[in-house]
Design a protein. Structure first.
Length: 565
């Protein structure tokens, strides 16, 4: 196996055998898996890359191996945004989206039956071939009114109950991955209506969601309809470093391990810079590892853990993480101004933290900003929720009380952003040992208090948090409010452009790739837009580019797919 496979960071792309051998246990894994494998509706929440899919697949494999447990179904809904154009056309978007939700579950049922080597003596409501055809058709934003089959929740429940009876299993657990990744409020509303309706004594839905961008239906209530489980491993927890290092031990050979173990400060700084995201750690290490051939032609891995290389990798990672945040302007166009303001809030937060930390000991460094509860407007909370989705901040679960000064909400800012701006210690250059000491020994009661206004340069709320509503397509008159159906001037019906189509037509510079790589792709291939990558059959265009082989071509394809998901 080539060394590049060690950097496949998304669990759904790993074969089952590799997934098991490379698995590193989450500190709370036993408790989380119990909740995922047993009854009751659960939502696991965390930013992109924190390990939600890994936990779902771990639960899935566990149930497959236990013949007396639940019948598990794993479904990945990452293509959900591709159905968004159906909501913009004259078709019944809700109907076809619900058909897609259900048919994907049937695909999961057939996969589980194969994995369990079970042959049913009865027919399900839809056969496997038809399920594949219908799912593919809808993912191309197409529909067929002549399709002579309508799937429903009652028919799904009946089929599942029959499977449970025939297989001797007491319940069914449906693991719904990337369930609320689509940025269409209509789709999220319809999904959570389905989630609530399918829940029963024998069917336990579990879904992976994202903090900040998930919109629940009016009838869905956290705590009542489902328990929320936060699976992000906080970088200030006592188990953090051991867990991140265990990922490296599981994935890399002895040769690489020797280099890692001989450079503990560099590795620990990379662990802290990943800010609780295992995927981020793997991405940074990939930048630092190169493959060379020895005298007999065998591949030899070498890792560069010098200070300059490590800091460069961390800085690049921070810029890529910021791109995830700024890309929300395309995925949530109505909040474009919020995203632009958020970028300023992020920069100013780091500047304030840097000023606070000057001349303080390593144990007295701040990594957080604190804002009084009374100062947190709905608009500001929305921006920080977007930060959570991108993984740029972690809110403290409890508020901090300062007596008469009131209660404060703390937001830890991404450690790679603090490293990028040299916001700790106060020295002219970054000392890896000092930074590791500051992250590992700092006093949690050290934080940077601020009022909201300095975070967005004291500009007016109405200006920095204005909604970017699309104007009337007939007369170009601005919309009166977000839910307006007709133009206040000419009376024309108001339509909303397709977010999915807009994402397809975005320049590849919006992808989390380096500037030099984007430049080379444009210079040496015909690729200009995200859709060009998705249509690049067998990576023919990408493979024309210098230093892009099969591994990187596949990775760039996945980045493009993630961008439009």
């Amino acid at each position: 196996m080539s060394f590049e496979h060690a950097f496949v960071e998304q669990a759904e792309y790993l074969e089952s055998e590799i997934f098991s051998s490379w698995h590193a246990s989450h500190p709370d894994e036993d408790a989380i898996l119990r909740k995922l494998c047993h009854g009751g509706a659960k939502l696991i929440s965390g930013p992109r890359g924190c390990g939600k899919t890994t936990l779902l697949l771990q639960a899935y494999n566990s149930m497959l191996g236990d013949g007396t447990a639940a019948f598990p179904i794993y479904v990945n809904y990452k293509r959900s945004l591709s159905l968004e154009p159906l909501y913009k056309s004259n078709t019944d978007g809700t109907f076809w989206f619900n058909q897609w939700i259900i048919v994907k579950i049937y695909q999961g049922i057939y996969e589980s039956l194969k994995r369990l080597q079970l042959q049913l003596q009865f027919k399900l409501s839809i056969d496997e071939k038809s399920a594949t055809k219908l799912a593919s058709m809808l993912e191309m934003s197409k529909f067929d009114n002549n399709f002579d089959l309508t799937l429903s929740i009652p028919s799904l429940e009946d089929d599942i109950q029959e499977i449970l009876t025939k297989t001797g299993r007491s319940r069914c657990v449906i693991l719904l991955d990337d369930a609320a990744h689509a940025f269409s409020p209509d789709q999220q509303r319809d999904f959570f209506d389905f989630f609530r309706q399918v829940k029963s004594k024998t069917i336990s839905p579990k879904a992976a969601i994202y903090p900040g961008v998930t919109t629940y239906s009016p009838n869905f209530h956290i705590g009542h309809d489902a328990e929320l489980i936060d699976v992000l491993i906080k970088p200030d927890s006592k188990e953090y470093l051991d867990f991140m290092k265990s990922i490296l031990s599981a994935r890399f050979s002895d040769g690489i391990q020797d280099s890692i173990e001989s450079n503990p400060q560099a590795v620990e700084l990379l662990c802290y810079a990943s800010f609780g995201i295992p995927r981020a750690l793997l991405n940074m290490l990939q930048v630092l590892i190169e493959s060379e051939s020895n005298d007999v032609g065998d591949a030899v891995l070498q890792i560069d853990l010098s200070k300059n290389s490590v800091i460069k990798a961390i800085k690049q990672h921070y810029q890529n993480t910021r791109k995830i945040f700024t890309s929300l302007a395309a995925k949530l166009p109505v909040y474009k101004k919020f995203i632009e303001t958020g970028d300023e809030i992020l920069k100013n937060s780091i500047t304030l933290i840097k000023e606070y930390n000057k001349s303080k000991a390593a144990s007295k460094q701040s990594v957080s900003i604190a804002i009084a509860d009374s100062d947190l407007s709905v608009e500001l909370l929305r921006v920080f929720s977007f930060f959570q989705y991108a993984g740029l901040c972690i809110p403290k679960s409890e508020t901090i009380s300062r007596g008469e000064k009131g209660k404060f909400q703390l937001y830890a800012i991404h450690y790679s952003g603090l490293i990028d701006s040299n916001a700790l210690i106060g020295a002219r250059s970054i000392n890896m040992q000092s930074y590791v000491e500051a992250f590992s020994t700092r006093d949690p009661h050290e934080f940077t208090r601020t009022k909201p206004a300095p975070l967005f340069n004291n500009e007016e709320y109405s200006a920095v948090f204005a909604l970017s509503l699309p104007p009337c397509s007939a007369c170009n008159t601005p919309r009166a409010f977000e839910e307006a159906k007709f133009c206040v001037k000419c009376g024309s019906p108001l339509s909303t452009p397709s977010t999915y189509q807009d994402l397809l037509n975005r320049d590849i510079q919006d992808l989390p790739l380096t500037v030099s790589r984007i430049r080379k792709i444009k210079e040496q291939s015909a690729i200009r837009k995200v859709r060009d990558i998705l249509l690049d059959h067998e990576h023919a265009e990408l493979l024309k580019v210098d230093r892009i082989g099969p591994f990187w071509a596949a990775k760039i394809m996945r980045l493009a797919e993630e961008f439009v998901e």
